[in-house]
Write a new protein. Structure first.
Length: 273
């Protein structure tokens, strides 16, 4: 019940559609890959799934095949008629919209346990994941396919080369891990990059108690630290964190931002308050 390379090519040709480079459209054309993604998402009958950027619906069909209730959000108005033709007969709800500007409360309809599954282009992946973690608690789990470098940033631990402000943001709200790789050969058109599958599971409570440190204050400090990531914290946070605050937090002022876990950032933010 998924789309092969030949079927995707025929759909594009029949409807006169050319994949949009501006929208980062690379369609998955391998049934084994989309079924693998659906399996890794861990969804089944009774689960509610929202898919962002379904394109022509290959992954959408694999998700519907699990028995989950699927809502597909697509921005491209030229793809929408084709998507509806492919997936609505299988019980999928199709919604036109930009995931970065959606009224998520309305879309999710008051239900508080959703799983997001998405093949996200480079320029959307990081801001969308961050926005959903910040503001859409109804989404409890995510499985996102992203450019490998973005995936490494989402799931990086302190000390990893990819570790940065985005990694701290994700760790504050959730636990994340890279659970697979996806070669460029399964896409049409073939991208120039490798993709990664990242699983994100929202924590029951944030890693730093928001009653002790407001998340806005914490992330302000994190952004300031990583804005000059090659410098020691005592220099990059000069004027924001007093010297004695480092001692109160048990953080070496000579440390660099990539050495601090989210809990360390929380202690530093609390000491600097």
């Amino acid at each position: 019940m998924t789309l092969s390379r030949r079927e995707v090519s025929e759909l594009l040709a029949r409807h006169g559609i050319t994949p949009s480079r501006a929208l980062g459209q690379n369609f998955v054309v391998d049934p084994n890959t989309v079924r693998r993604i659906a399996r890794l998402a861990g969804v089944g009958p009774g689960d509610r799934v929202v898919e962002v950027g379904p394109g022509l619906g290959s992954l959408t069909l694999a998700l519907a095949e699990t028995g989950a209730q699927v809502t597909a959000v697509e921005l491209d108005r030229y793809l929408l008629p084709v998507l509806r033709e492919v997936v609505e007969p299988h019980g999928v709800r199709v919604v036109e919209g930009d995931a970065l500007r959606l009224d998520w409360d309305s879309l999710l309809g008051g239900h508080d346990r959703w799983t997001l599954v998405a093949n996200l282009p480079y320029n959307v992946a990081a801001p969308l994941v961050a926005d959903l973690l910040d503001g859409v608690p109804q989404i409890r789990r995510m499985l996102v396919m992203v450019q490998r470098e973005v995936g490494e940033r989402l799931a990086a631990d302190p000390g990893d080369p990819a570790y940065g402000a985005l990694s701290v943001k994700v760790a504050y709200w959730a636990e994340a891990s890279v659970v697979g790789r996806v070669p460029a050969t399964v896409f049409l058109p073939k991208p120039r990059v490798e993709s990664a599958l990242v699983a994100i599971e929202r924590r029951s409570v944030p890693a730093v108690d928001p009653a002790v440190v407001a998340p806005e204050r914490l992330f302000e400090l994190v952004r300031a630290g990583f804005s000059q990531r090659r410098k020691m914290l005592r220099r990059s946070l000069s004027g924001i964190v007093a010297p004695e605050a480092f001692e109160r937090a048990g953080i070496a002022p000579e440390a660099r931002p990539e050495e601090l876990a989210v809990e360390d950032w929380g202690r530093l933010a609390a000491a600097a308050a």
